[in-house]
Design a protein around this ligand. Structure first.
Ligand code: UD1
Length: 340
């Protein structure tokens, strides 16, 4: 009953590994460390450095460790990078998912949890967005995930495999015990950028668009705490193990906050102000992205525990402070000043 976690050295995968170990489950991590960090892998989960598309390796791991479920997090996730390098994105996300599934089905591992994204819905979905909304990804990233969903569903129909696809909305925060969090220096998501600005690691935050058709003119997102998201993965696994049907579920709380509301929450958590500049909107950004989150609650035994923007932001800020440390912040600050 071991769970193979691909991308377990990354941000969300490391949280799921912790959540599994906390329930007394066995987990092994397969990660090529291209973006993940060795020190993100929780003690208690062996790390195998390798490629998810290495069929012989995956077959061996499944056999040696008695793997009955695969949680597949390993992917390229940066939308602008996917536009610059669509083929690399399709190779890394779609092709490798197919290869991983080939090994999973050949070895008879019966359960599969797949990390998908709200980006499958495109730029103007109905809000809140149900799972049945039109699937119109606006980027190679979203398309690569949608194609993987299709491949997974076809593979499940042909083989003895059941799955849960989780479509993440905006994931943020860090493990409340500060064992793991966002380690990518180049992370580009709003809450990480805002907390780094509040800590003086950057010269401030740009609001990307103040004239959007939203209540305060800035983008609205459904921010979900990464530890609640990790628990949703464990609940998805338990659903499959209890004989539940395959399912595709949104992961969000079903409510949205604007960029200005996030900035206010970061100011409250930091206890001080930080520089904010108003800039033009980012091309290709949806104005509003909020999950219709009823299906996940109806299908899985999952009750979020950290559904509070102030908590999400406080954990993100504490992590940044803890992880980067004062010396590193000073180094980044000096480097930024030298770069002009
Ligand atoms: C995020 C994910 C994307 C995923 C999508 C799902 C990241 C980096 N991107 O994109 O992979 O597919 O959710 O819907 O996690 N903003 C600013 N200033 C900034 C950065 C962002 O104002 O410096 C605004 C954006 O315009 C947006 C909001 O903050 O309104 C959130 O942006 P971001 O954190 O980048 O996430 P998404 O673009 O929603």
């Amino acid at each position: 009953m071991t769970v193979l976690i691909t991308g377990g050295a990354g941000y969300i995968g490391s949280h799921m590994t912790l959540a599994l170990l906390a329930r007394g489950r066995r987990a092994i991590v397969l990660d090529d460390l291209s973006t993940g960090s060795r020190d993100a892998v929780p003690v208690g989960a062996p790390l195998i450095v390798g490629d998810v598309a290495d069929e012989a390796l995956v077959l061996r791991l499944i056999a040696e460790h008695g793997v009955t479920a695969i949680a597949h997090f390993a992917a390229r996730i940066v939308v602008p990078d996917s536009i610059r390098d669509p083929l690399g994105t399709y190779m890394a996300n779609t092709m490798k998912t197919a290869q991983l599934l080939r090994a999973a089905t050949a070895a008879g591992a019966p359960h599969f949890i797949f990390s998908s994204t709200a980006a499958v819905y495109g730029l103007l979905p109905p809000t809140p967005t149900p799972e049945t909304a039109p699937l119109e990804p606006a980027s190679p990233y979203g398309a690569s995930k949608l194609m993987s969903e299709r491949i997974l569903s076809d593979a499940a129909a042909a083989h003895r495999l059941r799955y849960v696809v989780l479509r993440y909305f905006n994931v943020a925060g860090a493990d409340p015990q500060m064992r793991t969090g966002q380690r990518a220096a180049g992370a580009s998501n709003l809450i990480t950028l805002a907390t780094r600005a509040a800590l003086g690691m950057t010269d401030g935050l740009d609001i990307l668009g103040t004239d959007l058709p939203t209540p305060d003119g800035t983008g609205v997102r459904d921010y979900i705490h990464v530890s609640d998201l990790a628990d949703a993965h464990v609940a998805a696994l338990e659903h499959l193990e209890a004989g539940g049907d395959s399912a595709t579920l949104n992961c969000g709380y079903g409510r949205g906050f604007s960029v200005r509301e996030v900035i206010d929450a970061v100011r409250r958590a930091a206890g001080h102000d930080f520089p904010v500049r108003e800039k033009p909107r980012r091309e290709g950004d949806p104005f509003i992205s909020i999950a219709d989150a009823r299906a996940i609650r109806a299908t899985l035994d999952w009750t979020p525990k950290l559904d509070d923007l102030d908590v999400i932001v406080a954990h993100a800020l504490e992590w940044e402070r803890h992880y980067w440390g004062a010396e590193e912040r000073k180094r980044l600050w000096t480097a930024r000043r030298a770069a002009g």
